[in-house]
Write a protein of this length. Sequence first.
Length: 116
Amino acid sequence: MNYMPVVESMNRVGAGRLDEKRTAILFDKIKSAGSVQYSFLFIVFDNETQEPVYCVSSEVNAMQGSFGGGTHFLGVFDGAGHANHGSSDDWGDPRKFFQEALRLASEKFGVPQMGR
């Protein structure tokens, strides 16, 4: 994937198999190498190549004080670029972020979610 968040370091929170071809890993404590600050990254890796193929990000809304909106943006990196899925305080909550990131990745790769 050519376009991904640029980070110096991050902490692996947990991982799980998305399907037989892909593994998803959740990261927090992210030190960004650029101007965008990330609270969480949900990265899907191809099991064969070990390369990232999809990423959902929780991006700090640095302009919230001036322009309003939620505390975090939900971003998606799909290999072709970056899409913003709106702001919400929910994307700063690890559980709510993880649930939405898993839903988006499951939808992208056609993987049924457990419990749904």
